[in-house]
Design a protein. Structure first.
Length: 240
């Protein structure tokens, strides 16, 4: 049993509270905050908060934060939701992805973005999928049915990942001063990338705050040797 250290032992009264499992009454003295059911061996808590809980400095420690908040009538649903969201975020953060620069556009309107939500989704025909934030400017050429090139980066190319991850300034091209060549789709390939996949947009799917672009691979090659960059390298995609 757990007794309230603030109660006067000389003025104890007895009350009964039903066990939530066997529903039989469990005897409580007025200084007891919880008692084990002698039949079920589970904790039975007081159903109504004693007035002393409102001022007693021991109440939260005696009852525990969850029971204290419930007895005080505090709505913990929002806190529980936040806690559940953090657990989901924590687990999703353990998923590992390759980091790549996706280049888009042709005819002087070329640009790119760093992506890590990238995966193969089909063997025959070979297809990959990328996820792009709804607010990203690269949605425009992709939604217009243009192609895209997935440029896989090496673990040593964090500077490139950072360059294409930031927002472009007006009139700026992130491809300026970088060595490139044209893919079959007309989209630029980064010559310093480990490898590339040249893709044509085959399907577009709305998914929450992102758009999924399924690309049919129409060309590919290994350009350089090295260890691929992954999200475990510290280049993790985070919600802005």
């Amino acid at each position: 049993m757990v007794r309230c250290p603030g109660q006067d032992m000389r003025n104890l009264t007895v009350s009964y509270h039903p066990c939530p499992q066997c529903h039989k009454p469990v005897e409580f003295f007025s200084d007891e905050l919880r008692v084990r059911c002698p039949r079920c061996k589970i904790w039975v808590y007081v159903e109504q908060a004693p007035t002393c809980i409102q001022w007693c400095k021991h109440a939260r420690d005696c009852l525990g934060p969850e029971m204290y908040d419930r007895l005080m009538g505090k709505d913990t649903s929002e806190e529980e939701t936040d806690m559940a969201d953090k657990k989901i975020e924590n687990v999703l953060g353990r998923l590992q992805y390759n980091v790549a620069v996706v280049t888009v556009g042709t005819g002087g309107a070329e640009n790119g973005l760093t992506v890590s939500w990238l995966s193969q989704v089909s063997f025959d025909p070979p297809m990959v999928i990328i996820a792009v934030d709804h607010n990203h400017y690269s949605n425009l050429p992709l939604e217009a049915g243009g192609g895209f090139v997935v440029n896989l980066l090496s673990a040593e190319q964090k500077h490139l990942a950072g360059r294409f991850a930031r927002q472009s300034m007006e009139g700026e091209s992130k491809l300026e001063d970088l060595a490139t060549r044209e893919a079959e789709s007309g989209v630029p390939i980064l010559s310093d990338a480990l490898a590339y996949l040249d893709c044509e947009v085959a399907q577009t799917v709305e998914a929450g705050d992102h758009t999924l672009f399924v690309g049919r691979v129409i060309g590919a090659d290994v350009l350089n040797e090295g260890i691929p960059m992954t999200s475990s390298s510290g280049m993790r995609y985070q919600k802005s």
